[in-house]
Design a protein around this ligand. Structure first.
Ligand SMILES: C[S@@+](CC[C@H](N)C(=O)[O-])C[C@H]1O[C@@H](n2cnc3c(N)ncnc32)[C@H](O)[C@@H]1O
Ligand code: SF4
Length: 381
């Protein structure tokens, strides 16, 4: 693959939620009142700052992430997309994803999001029983979630059904039932995230105090293997550690990250990887605190803008690409400026069944390798 053929994407971060889930450490905040006009001005100013850095490019995908972007007024989503289309240009088949929570108020806005240009919805269902949804601190019932899913499925050409597994007290049998229910509802893309204990979250504190009990590691691994088998049986192949889809329904925006494409990230805490005039990559990160970001939006809301050496860029590509089933393209890795991947380490990992060669110029983690991906990466890098 040509080093720059992975596409150009736009990420927009909406940092607000109705309430804070006790397991989440994303840059998300609960605010009573949000001045939409100020935020609109902030996003449009930041878009202009980024367009001045990149020049005219064709956008292959846009992703509204959060926080809870389904709380955004659809007119704001439309304004951001219109401005982005004027500053850059949108590919004819551009993918535009919005992350949504399945409360009834948000589901009522789905048609307006579609009218604004969104053509893919990633719906955070997380669990399909009310006891677990309550324990996760979610603001919706399973019934509401299913209703919202049916609407999303009917309105958007592509939709993702997002679930969390290895939850407190969850059994393999219960997880299998949920997965089969998701499939029976017509899901063609499922993101299944293993619940992780993020430092400083209320869940982490309860876990450390021995008050929250998770399935043990063996059970969590068995749940992962079970997920892969059930999905494959229904035609949804794993294409990244936590993502499954039928052929052609993969999230193109996430593939762009993992294939190490170029992207501009707008909004509090967003990250960007842009290729500068000299061909060198720049790692840009935005100010995380919403009010501080907004105050600096005219200057892109930037906290840091660091050039990456070819070696650093190639290492980032290695880290990202090995998450995918398709793995790493050795030619691209070399073109980015990476030192040749250690052949002895490769041979050892292949002999151990952790790595394989899906093509003459590719290496990829096996199912066993994905379970110990950090170890595989340490050996190769
Ligand atoms: C940050 S959320 C944003 C979208 C939306 N607000 C939602 O909750 O679905 C994106 C995804 O990350 C997942 N997530 C957040 N914290 C997690 C954790 N500690 N373990 C596993 N998944 C997590 C969410 O459940 C969701 O599917
Ligand atoms: S709704 Fe999503 S982003 Fe907001 S706190 Fe919950 S998991 Fe995090």
């Amino acid at each position: 693959m040509n080093p720059d053929a992975a596409g150009f994407g736009l990420y927009v971060h909406w940092p607000f939620c109705l309430s804070k889930c006790p397991y989440c450490d994303f840059n998300s905040h609960v605010h009573d009142s949000i001045n939409v006009e100020d935020w609109k001005n902030g996003y449009l100013a930041a878009l202009k700052w980024f367009a001045a850095q990149t020049g005219r490019r064709e956008i292959s995908s846009v992703f509204f992430g959060g926080g809870t972007p389904s709380l955004m007024p659809p007119a704001l989503v439309a304004d951001i997309l219109d401005t982005a289309g004027q500053l850059w240009s949108m590919a004819a088949d551009v993918e535009i994803t919005l992350e949504a929570n399945p409360t009834s108020a948000e589901a009522g806005k789905f048609r307006d999001f579609a009218a604004a240009g969104v053509n893919r919805l990633s719906l955070g269902i997380q669990a399909l029983n009310d006891a677990d949804l309550g324990a996760l601190g979610r603001q919706h019932t399973a019934r509401e979630a299913i209703k919202a899913w049916r609407m999303a499925h009917a309105i958007f050409p592509r939709a993702s059904f997002d679930l969390i597994y290895a939850r407190p007290g969850q059994t393999r049998k219960a997880w299998e039932k949920e997965l089969r229910q998701a499939l029976s509802l017509g899901a063609r893309h499922i993101s299944a995230y293993q619940l992780t204990m993020e430092p400083e979250t209320p869940f982490h504190k309860r876990y450390e105090a021995g008050k929250l009990h998770l399935p043990d590691e063996e059970t969590a691994i068995a749940m992962y293997e079970q997920t892969r088998a059930i999905m494959a049986g229904a035609g949804l192949e794993l294409y990244e550690i936590s993502n499954f889809s039928v052929p052609g329904a993969q999230c193109r925006h996430n593939l762009l990250y993992w294939r190490y494409g170029e992207y501009a990230g707008i909004g509090p805490g967003a990250h960007s990887r842009l290729i500068g005039q000299s061909g060198q990559r720049r790692a840009i990160s935005a100010i995380r605190a919403p009010a501080r970001w907004l105050a600096r939006a005219q200057q892109g809301g930037i906290e840091e803008d660091v050039p990456l050496s070819p070696h650093e860029a190639a290492r980032e590509y290695l880290l990202m690409s090995l998450r995918m089933t398709e793995g790493l393209d050795l030619t691209r890795h070399a073109a980015l400026g990476g030192a040749p991947v250690n052949e002895d380490a490769c041979a050892d990992l292949i002999a151990q069944g952790l790595l394989h060669r899906p093509g003459s110029s590719r290496i990829a983690a096996t199912n066993a390798g994905r379970l110990v991906l950090d170890h595989v990466i340490t050996q190769l890098a």
